[in-house]
Design a protein. Structure first.
Length: 200
């Protein structure tokens, strides 16, 4: 069996090997991510985008995230491998693989949105976050010039929630903050934890 696999692999062109490698590794990674999500081991990080604020996101979900990027690589890798094996021109292989990767990326993003809504709709009261100390997940611009995200315990679960601050200066990643209010769209108003004494 192993000899057959080695012979098959050795017989592939370099381009085909690249596409197969991308497809296999990204599929394994996506499988691990999905399993962790189903088992509740992902820490509710469906919003773990690469960018800051909500510039690339829709609601609480970032479009460009680890999962969507992995899904893109799955589609890109396997479609590229299939077309390369069929003998298609390289430019056509890359073009179609990119399109399939983007379709799969959007599909995973949509499914993440649906799952996020199902898990949070009607069950989470963000007012329970008031008075809790959280950790900055994505930097928060000062003076409400934009939104960041914080990790905070709400109803016994660690949640990643959009947050703003009225204080001047940016609150950086992993800084501790105190939730003092809930704004529209369930955005949390926070201040640096060291300023908690000013409220008393």
């Amino acid at each position: 069996m192993m000899e057959d696999l080695n012979s098959w692999w050795d017989g592939l062109a370099l381009v085909a090997k690249i596409f197969y490698t991308i497809g296999m590794f990204s599929t394994a990674l996506l499988g691990v991510q999905t399993l962790m999500m189903l088992l509740g081991l992902d820490g509710d990080h469906e919003a773990d985008g690469f960018g800051g604020g909500d510039e690339s996101g829709f609601g609480d979900i970032e479009f460009l995230s680890v999962r969507t990027a992995t899904a893109f690589l799955v589609g890109f890798g396997w479609m590229g491998a299939i077309l390369t094996k069929a003998g298609s021109a390289l430019w056509l292989v890359v073009l179609v693989a990119l399109l399939v990767g983007l379709v799969l990326m959007f599909t995973v993003f949509y499914l993440m949105k649906v799952l996020w809504s199902m898990r949070h709709s009607g069950t989470l009261d963000y007012r329970n976050a008031v008075g809790q100390v959280g950790s900055v997940y994505l930097p928060i611009p000062g003076e409400r010039e934009g939104k960041g995200q914080i990790e905070v315990m709400i109803q016994g679960r660690l949640q990643t929630v959009q947050a703003v601050t009225s204080k001047p200066g940016r609150i950086d990643n992993r800084d501790k903050v105190l939730v003092i209010d809930v704004l529209e769209d369930n955005t949390l108003l926070v201040i640096p934890e060291e300023e908690q004494a000013t409220l008393t």
